[in-house]
Design a protein around this ligand. Structure first.
Ligand SMILES: [Zn+2]
Length: 327
């Protein structure tokens, strides 16, 4: 049995705010608990949406959009049920870290979880065994965190079940981020995405910015996107508010540009810029001595500059650039 207990019911009508209480006995609080905020908004018959942010604790567009939704939405606007967990990995969120300070756990590599494991595995198990079975449609917000920055996109995965894949893609299109991506994960093991999809759910994820903060623009994309998905699901009334979106793809060899040396990075292009093979993306300057020529990192393929390393210093093996092809 998972030790997490909710402080509010999931089957009551109306709007409830409470916590998922995760017992965490520690030096500073012998009988203490991690309190994971949760809001449930329910009215009448209809599908259930499960909405999550801060699966990685340093990604902020989802938490902002979900706090806004939990605060603003009234139950009488809803047909069905919305379960909102703005800070899925609350310990990581409170520490402003990608992973949990309690056990080092990367929640999106901890699925399906373990009810007897560390705090992160317990959170994963609770979603896998309790929350996902209640849901019809699942939206999990991500951004680049402190070390990456992305052009804002929503994504759906290639799936073996073509009917489920089409439903996921339709929900991703309804989110209507400026970029849309259909992707096959390189290493899907342990991901919430995979767990939700294997449970047959309609699943949408995002990468909406990064750098360990959110901007007015990226938070706005998240706010519009979540309401669009709820309208698409029939949980909110009205039609999704649609604007242009560019289809991108990262399945080609050469999309990922991995740094082969550490250094002081000088980007020569902006996110969203079009690149041709050989175009210089960045100069990497020596951190050891002055007067050295920089290493120039060229684009390996034609495409859109879709993600970059965020901090000013780059390490050996860090993702320096993602160049996505137009789909
Ligand atoms: Zn993430």
């Amino acid at each position: 049995m998972n030790p997490i207990t909710p402080t509010i019911p999931f089957d009551a009508q109306g709007k409830q705010h409470g916590f998922l209480r995760l017992p965490d006995s520690r030096d500073t609080s012998a009988w203490g608990s991690v309190m994971i905020p949760i809001t449930v908004i329910s009215k009448g018959e209809g599908p259930t949406a499960l909405l999550t942010g801060a699966n990685h604790g340093d990604e902020y567009e989802g938490p902002i959009a979900l706090q806004s939704l939990a605060h603003e939405l009234n139950a009488n606007e809803v047909s069905g049920r919305i379960i909102i967990v703005p800070y899925m990995n609350t310990p990581a969120f409170l520490a402003a870290r990608r992973t949990s300070p309690l056990d080092g756990g990367n929640l999106n590599r901890s699925f399906p979880g373990d009810p007897k494991g560390g705090p992160t595995e317990k959170i994963a198990d609770y979603f896998q065994s309790i929350l996902l079975p209640m849901a019809d449609i699942v939206l999990d917000f991500h951004s680049g965190g402190k070390t990456l920055d992305f052009v804002p996109f929503a994504a759906a995965h290639r799936l073996d079940d073509t009917e489920q894949e089409a439903a996921c893609i339709a929900a991703m299109r309804a989110f209507n981020a400026p970029y849309s991506m259909i992707l096959r994960e390189m290493d899907a093991t342990g991901m919430y995405d995979t767990t939700a999809e294997e449970a047959g759910k309609v699943f949408v994820t995002t990468e909406l910015g990064g750098g360990g903060s959110a901007t007015s623009r990226t938070a706005g994309i998240a706010r519009k996107g979540v309401r669009n998905v709820l309208k698409h699901a029939g949980i909110l009334s009205g039609v999704p508010e649609m604007g242009p979106s560019i289809d991108i793809d990262t399945s080609a060899d050469g999309c990922f540009h991995i740094s082969e040396q550490p250094g002081l990075i000088e980007y020569l292009v902006e996110l969203g810029d079009d690149l041709r093979v050989g175009d210089p993306i960045a100069r990497v300057w020596s951190t050891e001595r002055s007067g050295q020529a920089p290493q120039i990192v060229p684009a390996q393929i034609d495409g859109i500059f879709a993600a970059r390393h965020f901090p000013g210093l780059i390490g050996m093996g860090d993702c320096l650039a993602l160049v996505a092809q137009r789909a």
